[in-house]
Design a protein around this ligand. Structure first.
Ligand SMILES: Cc1ncc(COP(=O)(O)O)c(C=O)c1O
Length: 411
């Protein structure tokens, strides 16, 4: 049995047909499928251990607390954070980014300051910074792109200045699929006295991440893009910064002592985890990390690179396909292939491919400023994961080759 057949067998949904066709799932940038052992970990939590953590002195509550806190330690080790209390559980990457923008941004960015982000940012790492700048009278500046769609080196060098208070950038763009030079950006930003927020939503599922080596001040990701359930996300922040920040959400669990007119907040990480948390989600995240560690990022990166290279080479044989972010001058391409079919709306491409069981994404990918910059209303996106096979790419290419014919446009 080859590796992809073996891996696919672990994912119940990947074995199910879509209409009359076997499913070819190529929308992993949006969310990944879940292996049986992740689903089992969530079910087991609700079957056998469900209780409100941190609140009870009885056995079940202690067990729920253990599951939740062990997931935190596993996440700390997964991204090599220094302390487990630097890991804050949230709902998703979006909530993590809002936490940083509201709590750090609103209290550290002032009139005349600048926030620098990339033009390729997902709306989740863009709209919160627009809001901060609007509220504080600061300026939102952009790193634009080189011809090969990598971040402009000149912008990186020239736009980080002593006015910059925050640089917020994705480690991998969800549209272009290119790995950004975050370590270099962090180094430059720190020299200028700015903090760096790295959006790891499209990197953490696909490559080994070491937040200490990267030296990012904040790092965020969503569980559901890395085999875990929806509803669990992560914010990593350096201890000193998190300690210094006001809370984001307030209420139960984030307090030490409350009087009529005053509250002492709880220490990290509880200060940022108000209300009942997603323990089932944390159990799933924990099982997903175990699964990913077993597969290994060496294999994951190699498999995705091979599939991407193969897909791009096949697509380049079709002269009616326009590709974005697929001609990088560096070896920094991940498993995301964004494209358009000449004269066909991306939604039509996706619908026609769906009739062949091939699931891809079409739209603006929550990156409208990038779409405007690329002079496109929308694009199609195929995104691979380690469980995808060369046969999946062949089926994708076969379905893609039929799109224009279905619409009477010829090949
Ligand atoms: C780069 C990037 N950042 C942020 C997000 C937001 O993730 P979520 O919707 O899980 O909060 C996504 C989701 O597509 C993404 O690709």
């Amino acid at each position: 049995m080859n590796n992809t057949v073996k891996f696919k067998a672990d994912f119940p949904l990947l074995g199910k047909p879509m209409g009359n066709n076997p499913l070819v799932y190529l929308d992993n940038g949006a969310t990944t499928q879940k292996p049986g052992e992740v689903i089992k970990a969530i079910t087991e939590y609700y079957d056998s251990f469900n209780a409100n953590p941190h609140r009870g002195a009885y056995e079940l509550s202690i067990k729920a607390t253990d599951i939740y806190e062990n997931a935190r330690i596993k996440t700390q080790q997964f991204i090599n954070a220094k302390y487990s209390h630097e890991i804050i559980f949230t709902k998703n990457a979006t909530e993590s980014l809002n936490l940083v923008a509201y709590s750090y941004g609103l209290s550290h960015v002032g009139a005349g300051d600048e926030v620098l982000i990339a033009i390729s940012e997902h709306h989740s790492n863009l709209v919160p910074w627009q809001y901060v700048c609007q509220m504080k009278g600061a300026t939102l500046k952009y790193i634009y792109l080189e011809e090969d769609h990598n971040l402009s080196q000149r912008d990186i060098e020239e736009k980080i200045t002593e006015k910059t208070k925050v640089v917020a950038v994705a480690q991998v763009s969800n549209v272009l699929g290119l790995i950004n030079p975050v370590k270099e950006i962090v180094e430059r930003a720190h020299k200028a006295g700015a903090v760096v927020v790295v959006d790891g939503s499209q990197s953490v599922p696909h490559m080994a991440v070491d937040v200490q080596d990267m030296d990012a001040d904040f790092f965020v990701f969503s569980g559901h893009k890395m085999l875990s359930p929806m509803g669990i996300g992560v914010l990593y922040g350096k201890e000193a910064l998190l300690n210094d920040m006001p809370p984001f959400l307030m209420g139960g669990d984030m307090i030490d002592y409350v009087e009529e007119q005053h509250t002492d907040y709880a220490p990290l990480p509880a200060k940022f985890e108000a209300g009942t948390q997603n323990v089932g989600g944390a159990a799933g995240l924990s099982a997903a990390i175990d699964y990913l560690n077993r597969v290994g990022f060496e294999y994951i990166e190699k498999q995705e690179k091979e599939l991407t290279k193969y897909a791009i080479s096949r697509m380049k044989e079709m002269d009616y396909i326009e590709l974005y972010g697929c001609d990088s001058s560096r070896d920094n391409k991940t498993g995301i292939v964004t494209f358009n079919v000449k004269d066909v709306h991306p939604h039509d491409v996706s619908t026609i491919m769906d009739a062949h069981g091939v699931a891809i994404r079409a739209g603006h990918h929550c990156a409208q400023p990038l779409m405007i910059y690329l002079k496109q209303n929308a694009t199609c996106r195929a995104s691979f994961y380690f469980y995808n096979s060369k046969e999946d790419v062949d089926k994708f290419i076969e379905a893609l080759s039929k799109v224009r014919g279905v619409l009477g446009l010829g090949a």
